[in-house]
Design a protein around this ligand. Structure first.
Ligand code: PYC
Length: 327
């Protein structure tokens, strides 16, 4: 090793831990893929890896997502081993407050990132996640279709009394995360009303929790999805999705769009194979379709575009009081 390289190695080692990340955005929603420096979680099922990450390495999530290295809007994706030979990689998604089941925009971001790194080519791959394997078809260096986990409408027209809003009705559905989907909201779905939309969604979420509305197996309904008419002629609907941790999804939300398809299928208003164009609150789009799973559930496919926007080394200096993020 030359003198300069030796000096660099010593300086780097004295800094503490570093993580290699690749940032992308999918329809405006950021994904930060941790490609090097994460913990070895073992070659065990992804549910167990997620629990190990949560129990023993939550500092990684905090360092990657929270300020001063990240932001509340970020979704992190830790690439990990998978016992499933059919999968290109395992992936655990996380955000500013915890861990996600699946993440549709994130899966598109991971596929585009893997291609950017030269790890995969254009074509089909599978990703292993804590809620099941998903198939990803990378159709170009910036476009992919994710065939998500089976999705279903769990309860239709569930009424809750919401502070300041009165009675609100919505469906509870699974799309890889739990959603409450509301068709009629008194606030326009525009960015200039972001604060009011966030407040509305937070009140609805609190009402669900207080009034005992939960998903299957008592799961918390932690994503709120509000719908309104689209702006673009080619779109079918516009949404605003509040994620756990109170950041709104800049994309139309892949798991939220999956939940929407499940509800449309349950109501008989969208046929298998028919396209559904979901617009986000920032005006970006996903095109979605479903096929029937044969058990009353649907298998959604979500197509979207992602762009790599940064490659970086996150440095967590040993003496940095905010090496694990702020908060
Ligand atoms: O695209 O599924 C999604 C998602 C979940 C949370 C943020 N984005």
């Amino acid at each position: 090793m030359g003198r300069l390289a030796r000096t660099v190695a010593v300086v780097t080692a004295s800094r503490g831990t570093s993580l290699r990340v690749v940032d992308s955005h999918t329809a405006g929603e950021p994904t930060r893929v941790v490609v090097h420096g994460g913990p070895d979680l073992g070659r065990v099922p992804l549910t167990a890896q997620r629990e190990r990450l949560r129990a023993d390495h939550d500092d990684l999530r905090r360092a990657v997502i929270l300020e001063p290295r990240g932001s509340d809007a970020l979704v992190g994706a830790l690439l990990c081993q998978t016992p499933n030979e059919a999968c290109a990689t395992g992936v655990v998604f996380f955000n500013n407050v915890g861990y996600l089941g699946m993440c549709g925009h994130g899966a598109i971001g991971v596929a585009v990132t893997l291609a950017h790194l030269g790890c995969v080519g254009i074509g089909a791959m599978r990703l292993d996640t804590p809620v099941g394997t998903v198939a990803v078809d990378l159709t170009g260096s910036n476009e992919a279709t994710v065939e998500n986990v089976e999705s279903y409408c769990w309860r239709r027209d569930v009424a809750v009394d919401v502070d300041g809003l009165g009675t609100v009705r919505g469906d509870v559905a699974w799309g890889g995360n739990w959603f409450y989907l509301v068709e009629q909201v008194p606030v326009p779905l525009d960015l200039e009303h972001e604060a009011a939309l966030t407040d509305t969604a937070r009140r609805i979420k609190a009402a669900l929790a207080n009034q005992g509305v939960r998903g299957a197996d008592g799961a918390e309904v932690d994503h709120i999805e509000l719908f309104g008419p689209p702006r673009a002629d080619h779109a079918d609907s516009r949404n605003f999705v509040l994620c756990p941790g109170d950041a709104y999804d800049r994309s139309p939300c892949g798991t939220g769009t999956s939940a929407k398809l499940a509800c449309l299928a349950a109501r008989g208003t969208l046929a298998p194979g028919e396209p559904w164009v979901q617009e986000s609150v920032i005006g970006s789009h996903f095109t979605a379709r479903y096929r029937l799973a044969g058990n009353g559930r649907v298998v959604p496919s979500i197509t979207g575009q992602a762009y790599v926007c940064a490659e970086a080394t996150l440095i967590r200096h040993a003496t940095d009081p905010f090496r694990d993020g702020i908060g």
